[in-house]
Design a protein around this ligand. Structure first.
Ligand code: SD4
Length: 351
């Protein structure tokens, strides 16, 4: 079938050509960035390339993003490359292939991507495609739409040349059969730090969505968010991750935010949009994340005690901050100075 490009695709192709030209200038862009003075009273952008992402798997994801950013590459390419790392990790049961399935044994993936100009794309409840973040980018660049869901998202992905594969690994299937013995749906509190004092079993692998934010040497922000969603969810359930403004939001003039944890509470509060708007009002990334988390806690205090939600934010100067409901949330930060930083987030119920 011959597919004619839609108008936005033609525009995106010309953007792409422009981008390739710019990328070729990458090394000189970095050199230029090095000459640009740090933020001063006038609020000049620092032009320091940096990437941050949720949880400890964010360190490896950041490395992939950094391989693009360090040479003057673009933040949008960086966050896509970074998000693909946990998507491809079969040991990771909360993102991409190898993710835990829904109640009926289907692995359904959610993802979104957004740039500093307000361009965005997303897929929700998509099956059989291992890299939903790349499909989300195609939605952004090659369609007039923002969000494709379910069978339509799959159809689009196949038309775009993505490969159909079984995403349910034997390990995830075994865990699903184990869960079926009780079939009790109770989201666990995600915490990578064991025994943080509440008797909640944390652990290195107890994490979920990867949300990633990057600023490149051109001073441009982008973000990505990808997940297999809540394990054992109802078929058709969509979380916050593919919802622009909930799981991810980027405003090039202000900053970006992303979230992890129980998506229903994030959607209810338009969480990532809220964080960005709080930064617009003058909050630092950390203050904005804290206030958004408290909004969730104060709205449903009883629910909040037993769930995890965390926000991660980066402002347009590359400053990073986070806050969570429960202790044990960590975020990875990578820049020219340190490619392996993994920082503990503050939280409402912990330190
Ligand atoms: C969601 N925030 O679907 C995502 C992922 C998640 O525990 O909840 N994982 O709500």
């Amino acid at each position: 079938m011959i597919r004619r490009p839609v108008p936005s695709e033609e525009k995106s192709m010309s953007d792409r050509r422009q981008f390739l030209k710019t990328a070729a200038l990458g090394a000189s862009a970095v050199a230029l960035a090095a000459r640009i003075k740090p933020a001063g009273a006038a609020g000049t952008a620092t032009r320091i390339a940096r990437v941050t992402s949720t949880w400890d798997f964010g360190v490896a994801a950041n490395h992939a993003a950094w391989s693009i950013l360090k040479d003057g590459g673009h933040s949008l390419d960086a966050v896509e490359a970074g998000a693909r790392v946990p998507e491809a990790d079969l040991k990771n049961h909360s993102v991409g292939k190898g993710g835990y399935p829904d109640r009926d044994g289907h692995v359904t993936l959610d993802a979104s991507i957004m740039d500093w100009q307000g361009n965005c794309g997303a897929v929700a409840a998509m099956e059989y495609i291992a890299h939903p973040i790349s499909v989300a980018r195609r939605v952004m660049e090659r369609t007039p739409h923002v969000l494709l869901a379910g069978d339509g998202a799959l159809q689009f992905a196949l038309e775009q040349g993505f490969e159909k594969e079984n995403l349910l690994t034997p390990e995830a299937e075994k865990a699903w059969h184990e869960w079926l013995k009780t079939a009790h749906y109770q989201p666990v509190i995600n915490s990578e730090v064991r025994d943080y004092g509440k008797g909640v079993p944390g652990g290195k692998d107890n994490h979920d969505t990867i949300g990633m934010l990057a600023i490149d040497a051109h001073g441009h922000l982008a973000g990505a968010c990808t997940t297999s969603g809540m394990a054992w969810k109802l078929r058709g359930r969509v979380g916050d991750s593919p919802i622009i403004g909930a799981g991810l939001y980027v405003d090039g003039e202000i900053g970006g935010a992303t979230s992890t944890g129980v998506g229903e509470e994030v959607i209810r509060n338009a969480g990532s949009f809220l964080v960005v708007e709080l930064m617009r009002q003058g909050r630092s990334p950390t203050e904005a994340c804290k206030e958004a988390v408290l909004r969730i806690v104060n709205k449903k205090p009883k629910t909040a005690k037993d769930i995890q939600v965390a926000f991660l934010a980066m402002n347009k100067d590359g400053e990073v901050g986070a806050w969570a409901i429960q202790p044990g949330f960590q975020y990875a930060v990578c820049d020219a100075k340190d490619q392996n930083a993994l920082l503990p987030s503050k939280s409402v119920y912990g330190a």
